[in-house]
Structure formats: C-alpha cells, structure tokens
Write a protein that binds this ligand. Structure first.
Ligand code: NDP
Length: 283
C-alpha cells in the first residue's frame, strides 16, 4: 500500500506560511504583492482556472485583478494591455492564461511580458535561467511537484527519475528541477522506444502525458514514487490522471491522486512566484 500524497493538505500548509510572508512584506513595503491575470475568450476550463487564481490571491492577502477580454481581441490590443501591466507598479506578476485563441501568437505574447513579472516562467529569459540552475521563477506545476516531494521528505538525489512528457510547461522544466536536486533524469515522449522498459527502472516516475490510464501496473517498479500530473476525463466524465491509480497504487511507495495531488500545488506555486517577483521589484 502506498502513502497517498495529499496535495490539498500540503497546499494548505504552504499557503499558511505564504500568508504570513505576504503580511510581513505588505507591512514592510506598504504594498501587497499584485498579480494580473489575463484571459482571452470564454474557454470554460480556463475561466475556472482564472477564478481559482483570483480567489487564491485574496486568501493569502495578495492583490489581484482579472482582465477578461473577448475572443475577438486583436494581438495589438492584447500587447497594449501587457505593456500597461508591465509599467503598473501595483502589479508584480502577469499571467496570460493559455491557450489563446488561434489568431493570437502565444510566443509573441509571452515575449511581451516583462521577464521580472513573468510568474509562469515561460519567457525565454526565465527558461534559460532554469537551464543554468540560477532562477527566481519556476513553472508552477513542476515547482509544485518538487514541493510535494520536499514536504514528504522524498529526496531525488541519486534516484532515477523518469518523466513521461517533454512539454515546455511540464516535462522539460520538471527534468531540470530534478537534475538540480541531483536525480539522474530520463525524459520520455511519444517517439520513445520500449517505454515500459524505461519507466520500470524509475525510482520516481512523473507522468505528464494527458491520457487517462496511460501508466499501467506493468510500467512501474515495485516501491516507486509515482507522480501523476495529468488532468483528464474518463469515459464517465470524471476527473482522472494519467496513471491507472487502482492498479498502480498497491505497488508504489508514494503516489499522488487526481484530483487532490499535483493540481492544488500549481496555484500555490503561482502565489509563491508572485511574492518572489514583488520582493525582487521592490528591493
Ligand atoms: P502536452 O500535450 O504538451 O505534452 C504531452 C507529452 O506527452 C508530450 O511530450 C508527448 O510526446 C507525450 N506523449 C503523448 N503520447 C505519448 C505516448 N504514447 N508515449 C509517451 N509519451 C507520450 O501536455 P502538457 O505537458 O501541457 O500536460 C500534460 C498533462 O498534464 C495534461 O493532462 C495536462 O492537462 C496536465 N497538466 C496539469 C497541470 C496541473 O496543474 N496539474 C498543469 C499543466 C498540465 P511528444 O512530445 O512526442 O508529442
């Protein structure tokens, strides 16, 4: 039987500490850390994420504003707003909710965000800093995974960490963070040959694929730590991860459930990045 890693409880602990840090910051600087969230269009999942981020800011005493723009917003209009937010002293972090409608160039939009306010850490300057291991911001989901490991005293040093997925948002930065913590890292993707043979050698297995029940028991080593980043809907429309939880849980030493595992940590790490941004901008 595995220890179930409780992301909800861990997020509460981290947010409790954060609330105190935010309070101390606000007292010293006479300004609350501020986050601007920009959403274009009416994608229902994105709207839920944005609402949750706004609510979470309020809960830890941060200032936040949501800019909800219509789907037909032009690139120039969006870039103008980002420019305004870059110059706004109340705002220390800017997050543009992805995906954007097809007519908007995501790369151009990310490049327009002041790297010091890029709390998602998607700007190439911040990506580069992660590569050299000297960074202020870390993409929120991989950072949340590392925080979970820390809170459960799981030290990646010397362990073989296998990551399934190589996206810029999860897989690649996750690999860099594991490497920084001295894990031996293997990144797998859709062209990887003999995937199960590789995943079976993992002491820590991170699944970031986006396919329900993708990781089956025959892909997991007895006693492995299994981290499920995936957010999917199963055939019944219920939220589930990438891991076949019922089959894998009995053989794992630790495992994250979905929901209630990595998910709650993502927003928590966004709050942490916003405080870091505020501290750096008010030095
Ligand atoms: P992407 O679609 O960008 O990346 C998926 C990765 O999985 C790709 O690298 C792809 O390989 C790989 N992959 C797909 N099929 C296979 C296969 N058969 N074998 C091996 N690898 C495969 O997704 P994201 O990284 O953005 O997200 C991954 C999951 O995590 C999604 O379910 C997403 O919803 C969830 N997520 C959860 C978050 C949270 O807060 N918990 C935050 C962000 C994402 P290739 O590169 O070759 O195509």
């Amino acid at each position: 039987m595995a220890v179930i890693i409780d992301g909800k409880a861990t997020a509460l602990v981290v947010r409790g500490a954060l609330r105190k840090d935010v309070e101390a910051f606000a007292q010293e600087k006479n300004i609350a850390p501020g986050l601007a969230v920009v959403i274009v269009g009416s994608d229902p999942a994105s709207q839920v994420y944005v609402r949750n981020k706004h609510k979470a800011c309020g809960e830890v005493g941060m200032y936040s504003e949501v800019h909800a723009l219509p789907a037909e917003t032009t690139e120039d209009e969006l870039l103008l707003l980002i420019d305004k937010l870059n110059k706004d002293a109340k705002i220390h972090g800017i997050l543009v909710q992805l995906p954007l409608p097809k007519h908007l160039d995501e790369e151009k939009v990310i490049l327009a965000i002041d790297p010091r306010k890029d709390v998602d850490a998607f700007h190439p300057q911040n990506v580069g800093k992660i590569m050299i291991g000297n960074f202020s911001f870390v993409p929120c989901t991989p950072a949340g995974v590392m925080e979970l490991l820390k809170q459960y005293n799981i030290d990646p040093a010397g362990k073989h960490c296998v990551i399934i997925g190589r996206s810029n948002i999860v897989g690649k930065p996750q690999a860099m963070l594991m490497l920084k913590e001295n894990a031996t890292v293997t990144i797998c993707h859709s062209k990887t040959a003999n995937l199960a043979e590789i995943t079976k050698t993992a002491d820590i297995l991170v699944a970031a694929v986006g396919r329900a029940n993708f990781v089956t028991a025959d892909m997991v080593k007895e006693g492995a730590v299994v981290i499920d980043v995936g957010i999917n809907r199963n055939a019944d429309g219920k939220l589930c991860g990438d891991v076949d939880f019922a089959a894998v849980e009995p053989m794992a030493s630790y495992i994250t459930p979905v929901p209630g595992g990595v998910g709650p940590m993502t927003i928590t790490m966004l709050l942490k990045n916003t405080l870091t941004a505020a501290k750096e901008q008010t030095k």
